[in-house]
Structure formats: C-alpha cells, structure tokens
Design a protein around this ligand. Structure first.
Ligand SMILES: [Zn+2]
Ligand SMILES: [Zn+2]
Length: 250
C-alpha cells in the first residue's frame, strides 16, 4: 500500500474565536479560506467545552457555517474535557447534534480538571494513563486529542517514560475496541516528549487504532498545517487506511 497522503488533507482539531484561548484572527470565514488554500478537504471545528462553557457556542458555529460556502467538508465537533475519571463535559444534546466528539484528558492547567493527588512521579504518570483510559472508554468518544501529552507548565514530561508498554497496550486496545481514534498533531513533535511519543504512537499503530490528524490551531498561521506531522507519519509507516474520518466518510 502506498504511503499516506490523506493526512495532509485533514484537519480535525481547530479552535475558532469562540474558544477563549484562541486568537481573534480565528474567525470561521478566515479558517475556511486558509484551510482551502492549504489543501484541506476534511475540516473539523473543535472549540473547547469545559465545565463552565456555554454549549450555545456550538450551535452558534453551526448557524454561522450554514451561511458560509466552504470548499471542503466541514464537521462540527468539540474538544470536551475529561474532568476526572468518571466525569466529563459532554451533554446529551452534544451527543445528538455534533458530527463528532473529541475528548481531552490532560488539561491539567484547567482548574476544573482534577490533578494527580500524589507527588511521586510514577503515580502522576498513572493518573495520566487512567484519565486517558476513561476517555477511551466513553461510548460517544470519536477522538482523543493530544493523548498522554504533557501540557506546558503542568508536569515534567519525562515522567511519562515511567509508563510501561504493557499498561499502555491494555488501554490502547480498549480504544481500538471502542473505535476511538488517537490524535497526531504538531504537538506530537515537541522535542522533549518525542521519545515517549514515538513509543506510544508505535504501540497504537501496532494495535491497529485509527489516527485523527489535527493542527490544534489557535491562531491562523497554524490552521490547516497538518503536513507538519509528515515525519511522524513516515516513521510509523502510517497509510491512508490508518487515518480516521468521521462516520459518514467511511
Ligand atoms: Zn487541548
Ligand atoms: Zn485544542
């Protein structure tokens, strides 16, 4: 099978101005324009839905999209939070009305997200894994974004090296069974997390999970820049069949 080029045409992780952390240049029309120029054919809008977000922003986006004429297929998603094991921010309405649901399980700088309650490094690493495991177990989850990635300013990234292959494989096989895709984004290229990232993604590839490709753009320069992950795609031998697309495209 030839190597994947589909990843260059997908961007399933995008923050509009309705995400408080996104820059003001992330207007929907600007996003659609630049992603079109950059060859994106499948685009997902995924604003943050955390514990205190008014989910009305999602339907506002749906309404705005209906007035635009994009050159690509546009899907309305969200980046929901796992707040703790057993607790998430996805409502029934979101499950019914969104085109896909992406979940983050490691926003530890968000005050609503429960931090590891112990100080030893192995326990912190296991908390990351348990949060990720819960995200993979959710029956409505389509994608887990930036899985087992250490957000800047939260923990020492090296502690994830304490996770063993066999415990990750157990969780990854749950993701596979539940049809949950694992994200590859430009965050995956952060040098200090690269060694762990390639080990983790290698296990995902071996298990046969699908990979969702997203820029996680918060500013217009990054929108549609999924070609940046080419070195990872190449190194892992990811082919088009390994790339996740929303249900309606499969
Ligand atoms: Zn995130
Ligand atoms: Zn994001």
């Amino acid at each position: 099978m030839s190597k994947s080029e589909l990843f260059r045409r997908c961007d399933f992780h995008m923050h509009s101005v309705l995400s408080p952390c996104a820059r003001q240049d992330m207007e929907l029309s600007a996003i659609l324009d630049i992603c079109g120029e950059r060859g994106i054919e499948y685009l997902g809008i995924t604003d943050h839905i955390t514990a205190d977000t008014d989910t009305g922003i999602l339907w506002q986006t749906r309404c705005e999209l209906s007035n635009l004429h994009p050159s690509m297929k546009v899907y309305l998603g969200c980046e929901a939070d796992v707040l703790d094991v057993g607790k998430h921010t996805v409502t029934d309405e979101m499950r019914k009305k969104l085109d896909f649901i992406a979940v983050a399980a490691n926003h530890f700088s968000n005050p609503f997200v429960v931090r590891p309650d112990r100080h030893d490094r192995r326990a912190i690493a296991q908390h990351y894994l348990r949060m990720f495991e819960y995200a993979c177990s959710l029956d409505f989850a389509d994608v887990v974004v930036h899985p087992l990635y250490v957000m800047p300013g939260t923990h020492d990234p090296a502690l994830l090296n304490l996770l063993e292959d066999h415990e990750m494989i157990e969780v990854i096989s749950q993701a596979k069974e539940n049809g949950v895709a694992i994200e590859i984004s430009p965050r995956s290229l952060v040098p200090e997390q690269m060694r762990f990232r390639m080990r983790f993604l290698g296990l995902c590839k071996k298990a046969g999970v699908k990979f969702s490709i997203g820029s996680d753009a918060h500013q217009i320069e990054m929108a549609g820049m999924t070609s940046l992950v080419a070195p990872i795609i190449e190194e892992l031998g990811i082919v088009d069949d390994d790339i996740w697309l929303p249900e309606s495209e499969r």
